[in-house]
Design a protein around this ligand. Sequence first.
Ligand code: COA
Length: 336
Amino acid sequence: MSEREPGSHAISGRIYARIAGTGSYLPDKLLTNDDLAKQVDTSDEWIRSRTGIRQRHIAAEGQTTGDLGYEAALKAMEAAGVSAADLDMIVVGTTTPDLIFPSTACLIQARLGANGCAAMDVNAACSGFVYALSVADKFIRCGDARTVLVIGAETLSRIVDWTERTTCVLFGDGAGAVVLKADSETGILSTHLHADGGKKELLWNPVGVSVGFQADQPNGGARIKMKGNDVFKYAVKALDSVVDETLEANGLTQQDLDWLIPHQANLRIIEATAKRLGMPMERVVVTVDRHGNTSAASVPLALDEAVRSGRVQRGQLLLFEAFGGGFTWGSALLRY
Ligand code: COA
């Protein structure tokens, strides 16, 4: 924890983690479906009808996950009115860290000048932000931290096989962040996390430091491999079940929800979850059309966009959900 004593302004009664500010950042470079159709055998029509994606942002050469996360963090901290010295902890959800170590959280911490607070990465693929938020929530609830910066940031473009049309059309780069603060007012009500490592080969990157790289392959063999159809079916089922679990655990029904802010993997998966919940699409935040699947960055990016456009208002009940490689999946229910 930071040198500031977290318990020094103790809140009497129950402590909640509340979102005090949000921020996001997208790299400038846009890659449209038509651009992709010049590289692989695909079309704007195919991509739009199967995924809802029109375009995605791609990090510039040399621009890292940490760079994107840092920009998102600055905006979230400004919105929350907190400075680097206020931070007790930084948690970054990412599958594409700048380095093996130090963690991307440590790299961002140093740039922010928040040295001394705790900092760590959480790798849960596309569920990374929901996982990171859950970790931060626990630290705040138990009183060990009062102000936590939670970031979801990715440069998935670095592990996309740009010759493989079944995957390269799906992913994009970006970052989103929130500042959580301890508060006696209701904030995060619950988080539910799950994983099924038995399904690892349906969505994965087959190489790594300990397993080894493939010297004869571009990028050492690092690439996203996916059985899209199987992932689709499993994701819809897992998301349905975690949404039910969340509502039941809180004694709520779908009518109580103001907004569904889902992981942005595929518009058809989002629509299936919304339909199951009986939520009209006007109450679902959708960015997948413009961002593609930005993995751990997608939920905080969508949240920030909805907050800054004035759609998400203070006091509203929000449901975040995500699904990703691992498999991992989870939810967070919160009063904004
Ligand atoms: N452009 C044109 N054709 C393509 C294509 C592309 N980019 N990608 C695949 N195809 C072809 C396939 O080769 C196949 O051709 P065939 O019938 O001649 O064999 C055909 O389109 C259908 O492929 P299929 O994989 O069955 O399509 P689909 O309807 O399942 O859609 C996904 C593919 C990937 C869009 C879909 O399965 C999906 O979204 N899955 C979930 C993926 C996901 O969200 N992953 C991240 C989770 S965090």
